[in-house]
Structures are given as C-alpha cells and as structure tokens.
Design a protein around this ligand. Structure first.
Ligand code: ZN
Length: 249
C-alpha cells in the first residue's frame, strides 16, 4: 500500500485537459465548413477546433455533428463538459431536459462560445436568445471588410491590433443591445456600403462577451468562409475565446 502511495506521489498524473462540446449540427442551412467529407471524417470546423485544443494542450473536444450524435446527448454528458462551442443553424432537435442542462451548465459557471450561425439558431427558444444576446438578421455584406478591435486586452482579440481586414460574410442582428454585452469587435461601416444595413447608427458589433448567470458567453460572427478557418488570426481569436470561456485565460 505504502509503495503505491509513494509511486503516485512521485509521478503525479497531469490532469486531463477540460472537455469542450463542439456542436455543428445544422437544422437549417448547412455551411460548407461544418460538412463532414465522410461520416467519420471531421469537418473543417471540427478539425481546426480539435487541433487548436490538442496543440495548445488547453482542451479536448467532443464532436456532435450528426443527428445520431445529437440524439445521444444526455444531461450527464452535457455536464461533463466545461464549455460548449455552437456553430449551428435552425431549431436544434434537442430534448427539453438536455436543452435545460445546456443552459443550466452555463448559468452554473460553464462557458459558451457561439460562432457565426450560432445566432441563426433556436429562434423559438427565448432562453437561448438571452444567453447569446442577439438573433441573426441577415447578412448585408459578403466582402473584404475592416473590423475595429474595441477590446485590445481580451484573450480573444488582443493579438489583432487596433483593426484588421478580412473577407467574410458579415451579419447584422436584431434583439441586440450594446448595453447588454461587452463588445470586442465591430464593423467599420466606412469599409462597406452602409446603406445595405438596417442600423441607422451604423453600430454593427461582430464579437462580444456576455454574462449569463455565473457563466462566460462569447460570440464571434466570423467564420462563414473556409479561408477564414485557415486564417491564423481567426484561429488565435477562437483559441483565445475558448480559453476565456473555460475560465483559464
Ligand atoms: Zn454563413
């Protein structure tokens, strides 16, 4: 017995990295970046997130993209994850108890990372809107744009400088209020034809954080284009977002 104790004390096991639940099921429009080339082959989003977690040693992923994977989620399996990443669309067919566990685990201090069409999801669930802080309201622009970095200290944006240019599909939102969120990135309205957007004030936030209970919610509207997922700046942005959501950054 004593030898066993000594052995354990001499070679302390490194704790396993926290697990992140990555949900890329599309109940509505399916983006190319979440389409698996074959059932057992990860999509672009899954591969990039798994690699970011593995290479940084920050987290391991559980991948949920197919309907049968979604159906296998339980209250216990959801709660075994310290954070979730959603790149989803439409009305996700998740059982009520599991859905409530998703919201409760964030309220209890978990992390939630919404990416791109996460805002184009669960329009019928007010609780989800409250968690994320906005609903998708079209994409007036799909072009090269300039983004202003409002928070240069946040782990998700501190590597991006004052501003940067990127080519992507650019969302606008409804049910969004600057007073309810902490803005990380906003569109420079001078970099687009602002008349195509709906906001008179030109205030198009494209990434923010938000409190939800004791949880950490972060959203980035970027990520439509495959080239964005291959862009090291976006990958750093995501890694910072996930680490922050995990509470470690
Ligand atoms: Zn899109």
């Amino acid at each position: 017995m004593a030898a066993g104790v000594v052995l354990l004390a001499a070679t302390p096991a490194r704790p396993a990295p926290p697990r992140v639940l990555v949900v890329t099921y599309s109940a509505g429009y399916q983006h190319d970046v979440v389409r698996r080339p074959a059932p057992a082959e990860p999509s672009t989003v899954e591969r990039v997130l798994a690699d970011l977690g593995r290479h940084s040693g920050s987290f391991d992923v559980t991948l949920v993209a197919a309907r049968e994977e979604l159906d296998r989620l339980t209250v216990a399996s959801v709660r075994a994850h310290r954070a979730m990443v959603f790149f989803t669309t439409g009305e996700l067919p998740i059982a009520l108890a599991v859905r409530q566990a998703i919201f409760q685990s964030v309220r209890d201090g978990g992390g939630f990372v919404g990416v791109h069409s996460a805002t184009d999801t669960w329009y019928t669930i007010p609780e989800y809107r409250e968690l994320l802080g906005a609903a998708f309201d079209g994409h007036p622009w799909h072009q090269r744009v300039r983004l202003v970095v409002e928070d240069r200290a946040h782990p998700a944006t501190r590597q991006l400088g004052d501003a940067f240019e990127i080519t992507d599909e650019i969302y606008q939102f409804r049910d969004w209020s600057r007073s309810q969120v902490h803005v990380l990135l906003r569109l420079d309205p001078h970099s687009v034809d602002a008349r195509r957007g709906k906001r008179a004030d030109g205030d198009y936030a494209l990434a923010w954080t938000k409190a939800y209970g004791r949880g950490r919610v972060i959203y980035t509207a970027l990520g439509h284009e495959p080239a964005v997922w291959a862009d090291g700046r976006f990958q750093e942005h995501l890694l910072g977002a996930i680490r922050w959501a995990l509470g470690g950054a």
